[in-house]
Design a protein around this ligand. Structure first.
Ligand code: ATP
Length: 443
């Protein structure tokens, strides 16, 4: 069936995520906490695969990007310098009748409550999104600190430490993957907008005169990543150029994904000018200029940023992958109308190979194959239930290949490999399995 992008699809994905152990409401037994989500076994594997894939694309494959892993809590002045303490907020309004709280910029009609239609709204108020905490034994103003609202600020602050340690000259980038926290007024759309999430950001430091060339380069690289590496279809993503720009920026765009609830920002590619470095220089009192030996000049580096949410990528992958296959019903001995299948790209699937002995009696030799393959791939061994049910379970968690160990295996030292998408079966010699999957998984 066509992957219809509808609100019902969202409900189906949320329910599948819970049932199969991808994503749960945080603190569920206490009634949950709004805007926080836990990743279960398969969700964790998927999330890690996404982070690893991004890291590989943005850092490991390149000669000009270094990694950083900074703290979540940083010096509070960083957030003063970045503008987050003064300006990082949204306007919110409360409905006096139904008590719902809304972000004003997200309301179609700003005079009416989107939940109940009442016009009895409070005047719009500023609301800061930074999450506050205290460092040390005293809970007062002086000891106030903040959980980082984005992962990029520590990159600017550590720029010279990284540059010297890695012996870099401009242009080069610094990348980081990690948690960010925002006290969102209205967390919604599952993991699309939450209060604790992860970001994958890369700040590319360059000369001002080359900065638009780099901006174009990173825009193209990031679009290529979505289509070629994650396999999104051309009609699933689009570029939204910002009409209004921050005063320091020369260009900015969002890469949007077509979620079941509509188009939503997946990633921002931003030309940030010299804003961040200049602000940190001003607030820290340190000279953060870069000495350009070739041209004998001191400059403030210009920054081009690529910034994407891990959780939004996971959600986009789930939406992209979800399919209800009606053509394949009643195959594989199953009595059903529809086969639910997550068609993840094989390299990101939480389980890449499932090893399924046809009978309990074959568990021991089958498990040996599973253990051997675990050195190279994410493998699950499953012996419970009929083979048809086990295939369907693997379809629902998006496993691209199932290996069935049957009664003929002892004789011909071969197993059956079943393809999730075509449901075709290949007979493969056990000693060729590793190579077979390496070719299939493009590893
Ligand atoms: P939005 O307009 O959706 O609030 P933003 O423009 O504030 O997002 P950025 O500050 O540019 O977002 O953050 C970069 C990326 O971090 C976003 O493209 C998104 O993928 C992710 N992100 C931002 N806020 C959240 C959130 N509350 N929950 C999950 N991911 C988020």
């Amino acid at each position: 069936m066509e992957n219809t992008k509808s609100p019902e699809l969202m409900e189906k994905i949320v329910s599948l995520c819970k049932r199969r152990g991808f994503i749960f409401q945080s603190s569920e037994i206490y009634g949950g906490i709004n805007g926080f989500w836990d990743y279960g076994p398969y969700g964790t594997a998927l999330k890690r695969a996404v982070e690893k894939c991004w890291w590989n694309e943005m850092v490991e494959k390149r000669d000009n990007v270094d990694g950083l892993d900074s703290t979540v809590i940083c010096h509070p002045k960083i957030w003063k310098a970045s503008g987050h303490l003064d300006k990082f907020g949204d306007l919110m309004t409360d409905c006096r009748d139904c008590k719902a709280r809304h972000r004003v910029d997200q309301m179609e009609d700003q005079s009416k409550c989107p939940a109940c239609g009442s016009k009895n709204l409070t005047p719009p108020r500023e609301f800061n999104l930074m999450m506050k905490t205290y460092v040390g034994p005293v809970s007062d103003e002086e000891h106030t600190a903040y959980l980082r609202a984005e992962t990029c600020q520590p990159i600017f602050v550590d720029f010279h430490l990284v540059r010297v340690a890695a012996r870099r000259k401009l242009p080069f980038g610094i990348a980081q993957v990690g948690k960010a926290f925002r006290n969102e007024i209205n967390p919604r759309n599952f993991i699309f907008r939450s209060r604790e999430f992860s970001q994958m950001e890369m700040e590319f430091f360059c000369f001002e005169e080359d900065s638009m060339k780099w901006y174009e380069y990173w825009k193209n690289e990031r679009v290529r990543y979505y289509t070629e590496v994650l396999g999104f279809k051309e009609d699933e993503i689009k570029i939204h150029e910002h009409e209004t720009l921050a005063h320091y920026a020369k260009a900015a765009l969002d890469i949007e994904f077509k979620f079941p609830f509509g188009w939503g920002e997946l990633e921002g590619v931003h030309h940030r000018g010299t804003w961040d470095m200049s602000r940190h220089q001003e607030f820290s009192g340190e000279n953060l200029e870069y000495f350009d030996q070739e041209n004998n000049r001191r400059i403030t580096p210009t920054v081009v940023e690529t910034s994407v949410g891990v959780d939004r990528t996971v959600l986009a992958l789930l939406c992209h992958a979800y399919d209800e296959d009606t053509a394949a019903t009643k195959k594989e001995g199953m009595d059903e109308d529809v086969r639910i299948v997550l068609r993840f790209p094989a390299k990101l699937a939480p389980v890449q190979v499932a090893v399924l002995p046809l009978s309990n009696k074959l568990s021991e030799p089958a498990n040996k194959i599973s253990t051997a393959l675990k050195k190279y791939f994410r493998v699950e061994f499953d012996v419970t239930g009929s083979i048809g049910k086990r295939y369907r379970r693997q379809d629902e968690i998006g496993t691209p290949y199932c290996v069935t160990y049957d009664f003929k295996t002892e004789e011909d030292q071969s197993v059956t490999v079943r393809d999730r998408d075509t449901m075709a079966q290949d007979r493969v010699a056990i000693d060729k399995l590793k190579q077979y999957f390496q070719d299939k998984l493009d590893m």
